[in-house]
Design a protein. Structure first.
Length: 304
C-alpha cells in the first residue's frame, strides 16, 4: 500500500490562530548569535493558516537506562577502555564549494541487517518528506558496514538522510524563526549547486545507536538545539554540576556510547558534525573541510 503521508502538511487544523512558536532553545550563548542568518521566511507564509510542526522527537528514542543499559552491561559488550574520546573536534572556518562532483552515483534505499529507518520528519508531519531513507550508493554501503561492525545487540536507527531542498527550507524557516538559535544547526536551503546543504547531496545521515532494536537518546533526543547536543559534550562535562552515583554513571554511559558511535562511523570515513552528535557526513563540503579532500557530492534527487 502506498503511504500517502499526512493529509495536512503540518498535521494541525488550518484554523489555528497562527504558527506555533518554535520554542526557546536553552543553553545557547548570546554571544554566539553574532553572524546569525538573516533569512527569516516562516513556513506559515508559504502555506497561510497552517501552523508549523515542531522539533519534538522525544518519543522516537529511549534513554539507555530505560532499556537496562548500564555501565556494567555496556562493559560486558564493549571494551570501553579502548574507545577513543570524541574530539578534539575541528570547526572549519569555511567549507570548499563543489567544483568537480563525481559522476552520476544514484540514491539508494537504506537497508540491511542492523539498520532501521525511522522517518522522523515524516512522522512529525513536516511537508515535502519522502517515505524511507536514501543515501548515495557508496555512502549506503559504508553505513551498512558500520552496522555490521557493531557488537550485538547494537544497531543503527536512522532519523533522516537525503532530503529535498523544499524540506530543508521548511526546517530552516521554522528553526530560525527562533531568534535565540545560533547559526549552524540547520543549513540554509541554498539552491546553488556549488554550495548545497549537506542533506541534499545524499552524503549525510542523521542517526543513533539502537539497542535490541530500540533507538537510543545519547544525552539528548534528535534535533535538540542545545550545547548538550555537541558531539564532545560528555568528554569533559564542562559547565555541568558535579555528579555522583546514578547520575555520574548515566553520564559515563552516554559518553561511551557517543564514543562507540563516532568511532565506528569514523572507521568507514564518516565525520561527525561538532554541534550534533547524530549528524555524520561523507563526501560533502564539510567532510572535505575536515579531511582535506575535495567534495565528492553535489545536489541530487530521487528523480531518474
Amino acid at each position: 500500500m502506498t503511504d500517502p503521508g499526512p493529509s495536512n502538511p503540518f498535521g494541525v487544523d488550518a484554523d489555528r490562530d497562527g504558527p506555533q512558536d518554535a520554542g526557546a532553545r536553552g543553553g545557547t550563548d548570546p554571544g554566539a548569535l553574532a553572524g546569525a542568518l538573516l533569512h527569516r521566511r516562516r513556513v506559515a507564509h508559504l502555506l497561510p493558516g497552517a501552523a508549523p510542526p515542531s522539533f519534538a522527537f522525544g518519543a522516537l528514542t529511549r534513554r539507555p537506562d530505560q532499556v537496562s543499559l548500564n555501565a556494567d552491561r555496556l562493559r560486558a559488550l564493549v571494551e570501553t577502555t579502548d574507545l577513543a574520546p570524541v574530539g578534539p573536534l575541528t570547526i572549519p572556518p569555511s567549507v570548499p564549494p563543489v567544483t568537480d562532483p563525481i559522476g552520476d552515483e544514484p540514491l539508494v534505499p537504506i537497508a540491511g541487517p542492523g539498520l532501521r529507518v525511522l522517518g522522523a520528519y515524516r512522522i512529525e508531519g513536516w511537508p515535502h518528506t519522502v517515505a524511507g531513507g536514501f543515501l548515495r550508493v557508496s555512502v549506503a554501503e559504508r553505513l551498512a558496514r558500520v552496522a555490521a561492525a557493531l557488537p550485538e545487540p547494537f544497531g543503527l536507527a536512522v532519523f533522516d538522510a537525503w532530503r529535498p531542498l523544499a524540506l530543508q527550507a521548511a526546517l530552516f524557516d521554522v528553526a530560525y524563526a527562533d531568534p535565540t538559535l545560533p547559526p549552524g544547526f540547520v543549513a540554509e536551503p541554498d539552491p546553488d549547486p556549488t554550495t548545497p546543504p549537506a542533506h541534499l547531496t545524499g552524503g549525510t545521515v542523521d542517526l543513533t545507536l539502537s539497542f535490541d532494536g530500540v533507538p537510543l537518546a545519547l544525552g539528548t533526543g534528535f534535533d535538540d538545539f542545545t550545547t548538550t547536543a555537541h558531539a564532545d559534550r560528555f568528554e569533559d562535562d564542562a559547565g555541568a554540576p558535579p555528579a555522583i552515583g546514578a547520575e555520574a554513571e548515566r553520564r559515563l554511559v552516554i559518553r561511551d556510547l557517543r564514543r562507540l558511535l563516532v568511532a565506528t562511523m569514523a572507521s568507514e570515513g564518516f565525520v561527525v558534525l561538532d554541534c550534533e552528535w547524530w549528524h555524520f557526513e561523507h563526501g560533502t563540503r564539510y567532510w572535505a573541510a575536515i579531511t582535506g579532500a575535495a567534495p565528492r557530492f553535489g545536489p541530487t534527487s530521487l528523480d531518474p
